[in-house]
Design a protein around this ligand. Structure first.
Ligand SMILES: C[S@@+](CC[C@H](N)C(=O)[O-])C[C@H]1O[C@@H](n2cnc3c(N)ncnc32)[C@H](O)[C@@H]1O
Length: 200
């Protein structure tokens, strides 16, 4: 039922957790977590139309998942839930997350992962765990907690043992290197390429 990406996200969430899934869309993650891991989920979305789809799925699978139309966490009573935000771009995700929230956050952005790591650090969170999963393309799932711990924003120490992902990152940075005309940017990317190569 779940895609490899959503399955990987579900693995970050312990059984019996309380979960707020922001931008749940189809709510398939919440249905799975409720059914298979006995979680208590709130599926939210800014789009009423998406939540209609969610409600149909929830009914189809006969589970108890709460739904709410909301822009990010606005108007949502946040206590000790795990907050999941996945399948959006970094800027949208960053707009949703307030500074120094005392919750576990499971985040999977489609783009700009280095910006996500950097801005989350600035907001007062550190990466507790991170995983890359290939599901037609690479997706990275990050588990953040409140606090400060330095990390490398471009080559995450959690992903360096994943040789396939490092290979993908190398190709990505090599493409940027050959396409950029800016000398400073070229040097920066060259150093990143050297760093990634150390793990291959
Ligand atoms: C591509 S879907 C991802 C669905 C699901 N989270 C996943 O990972 O498969 C992105 C969803 O985020 C919702 N969304 C975008 N901005 C939002 C916001 N500020 N607050 C809540 N939901 C938002 C969209 O309406 C859409 O349903």
């Amino acid at each position: 039922m779940l895609s490899k990406r959503l399955q990987a996200i579900s693995e970050f969430i312990p059984s019996k957790s309380k979960v707020i899934d922001v931008g749940a869309d189809h709510a398939l993650l919440d249905i799975y977590l409720t059914k298979e891991k006995d979680c208590e989920c709130l599926a939210t979305d800014i789009s009423e139309k998406c939540l209609e789809k969610a409600k149909m799925n929830i009914q189809k699978y006969g589970v108890n998942v709460a739904v709410k139309v909301a822009d990010g966490l606005k108007g949502i009573d946040v206590n000790d839930e795990i907050i999941v935000i996945s399948g959006m771009g970094t800027k949208t995700i960053l707009n949703i997350i307030p500074d120094n929230l005392n919750n576990d956050l499971i985040i999977s952005s489609h783009h700009d992962l280095s910006l996500l790591r950097k801005e989350m650090h600035r907001k007062g969170y550190y990466i507790y765990n991170e995983k890359a999963v290939f599901d037609k393309r690479y997706y990275v799932i990050m588990h953040f907690k409140e606090g400060h711990k330095k990390t490398n924003y471009y080559v995450s120490p959690f992903l360096t043992s994943n040789k396939e992902y490092m290979n993908y990152l190398l190709q990505k940075y090599e493409k940027v290197f050959y396409n950029t005309k800016n000398k400073l940017e070229k040097i920066k990317v060259y150093l990143l390429i050297r760093k990634v190569k150390k793990f291959l």
